[in-house]
Design a protein around this ligand. Sequence first.
Ligand code: ATP
Ligand code: MG
Length: 721
Amino acid sequence: MDVSELIDGLNDKQREAVAAPLQNMLVLAGAGSGKTRVLVHRIAWLMQVEHASPYSIFAVTFTNKAAKEMRSRVEETIKSSVGGMWIGTFHGLSHRILRAHYRDANLPEAFQILDTDDQVRMIRRLLKAMNIDEKKWPAKQIAWYISARKDEGTRPKDIQAYDINEQLLLKVYTAYQEACDRAGLVDFAEILLRCFELLQQHPTLLRHYQQRFRYMLVDEFQDTNSIQYQWLKLLAGTENTMMIVGDDDQSIYGWRGAKIENITRFVGDFNAETIRLEQNYRSTATILKASNALIENNAERMGKSLWTEGSEGEPISVYAAFNELDESRFVASKIRSWLNAGNKLDHSAILYRNNAQSRVLEEALLQEGLKYRIYGGMRFFERQEIKDALAYLRLISNRQDDAAFERVINTPARGIGDKTLSHIRDCARNESMPLWYAAKAIVEEKHLSGRAATAISRFVEVVEKLDDSITELELAEQAQLTIEQSGLLAMYQAEKGEKGRARVENLEELISACGQYDLPIDEDFSSPLQGFLAYTSLESGEGQADEHEDAVQMMTLHSAKGLEFPLVFMVGVEEGMFPSQQSHEESGRLEEERRLCYVGMTRAMEKLYISHAESRRLYGQEKHHSPSRFLRELPDDCVEEIRIKTQVSRPAASGRFSPSVTHAVFEDSGYTLGQRVLHAKFGAGTVLNYEGSGAQSRIQVNFDDVGSKWLVTAYARLQAM
Ligand code: ATP
Ligand code: MG
């Protein structure tokens, strides 16, 4: 093919990066400037012009979805297949290396990934066995501590525990690691650390990969943590070249150990050339101007400017909702109009700060009859019934999997009580053996009451019989038989109501997911089941259920990184939500929240809506929030405020996000501007504004103690003073 095709459709700076000589390079640029596009074209360039074989290319992306997209974009560009190219996430690629060299990594062949839930459950069990009070030492926090140590590359032996607290954490970390090793389990952080150590401790292996991966490319580099950086550095060796692209303003994983400094560190360590891109191709001029203005409020920046030739576009609409229900209804109705105007749902996205915010939005979309797809969050493979079925499959393929054993030993209920279980655990600990074998030993040695022993034998028999009978079957049949014979199906069928039905449907969905699963041809799994189990742990949630159906995209701001949509809603933009409460307490966190806001806004191509609610019920609590400070940081001329039914254009004199007072007396309301009123909870205040009528009406009062609030007039029960 013609080389010019590779660099057509690129601007000068992009071309400079794509066609650069073989050297280490940093492409530093703001959102939507074509960094990912440069990476794709660079890969094509390497193959076409530098005659690089696909085998010599190693590309790291942020999600599996991004990896898939990148592969197909390269194939489109060079019009041939790139099967041997390694492209994936840090976790996916490390996992692949570990699988190929499980022995050198001291892992059983069928080692399994321990997800966050199982990890916490395992720690809880250890705490109990160690007589540590979980109220004082929540398992979740300990899991967090352990992952953070692993992300830094720190093993228990490297830790000097100076005080008793740290000594305790260290003790649990050590016990946890031993338990994982015994059971052949790796948690997410372990995948990377274990792979790093594998390469570090096996020079021949390292040399093999270094000689293979001549060209390394990394997207979203601003979010690499310590171990990822060291891992890349190790693989690069002294001879390979690496191109990294990133944006310091989009670093949003500091809370999980990502280090923006890795960008400057890379330039020094790798003696890299820096190229900056400054033209934005994604968003309207208005969205770009507002995002630039927002991020300028951060002090710690490498500094960049972005411009666009694009049209000005519509102003950003800010909607002040009464509460989260009102907010959701607003979003759903706007999406409905967008669909009716002939647009695709796929092109719209709702972004939120926390997963828990999705539920009300889902309900509103359902009511409006709009399909949606959630990325992350309560993913399909994370649902209870699915995890139960997967645990049986995991135990069938690896008896050492203690987490799977724990999950299903008494699911469905077999009359195996806590006492029997702790007996099994004690035995496993004393003999340093997996729970499965401990359970068998106990039965054989007749250490248990008749009933408990029979129950365990029955469980053992179910698993062993399944193992015997499914090996010859297709994957979908394996799943089906397991779901039936384990008793899970009967158990969930007996569960009454909508929930039970949904669970049975989900189990059926799992069987069809198995049917659709293709074992990757270029990866060496010992069986399709092995491949499928790895897939469910690594790729769950992406492109779930109905992949081809047109649907609204819903996700957290974090998982929206790198993506773009014509229509974007950012919801819950309130103080205490976004920026989050914690960000007030830790230094640097507020700037990270602002970067997250920048990431969110810059996902929008054509139209951006931002909403906030005065009161919000979340995690069972009603909270009152004021609009986020980020809203005040947007330039006035980029924003329009929307109020219920009436669109109020702001009078020049009044400050933004304060009311626009249009009437001195509010007709029919019985209130007048400036009137003093008393509220049972908020105390005394002054009436500022009023809108709507009847049950829909709202009144704004500036309370002496708590400031200005909009209240639903019918519920406010104000007393004239
Ligand atoms: P982010 O920081 O959000 O990851 P990015 O810098 O990676 O953004 P891309 O996703 O590569 O940006 O590009 C943003 C959009 O601009 C894409 O739709 C891309 O196709 C388009 N684009 C990039 N460069 C050009 C160009 N030279 N001409 C036309 N469109 C372009
Ligand atoms: Mg990108």
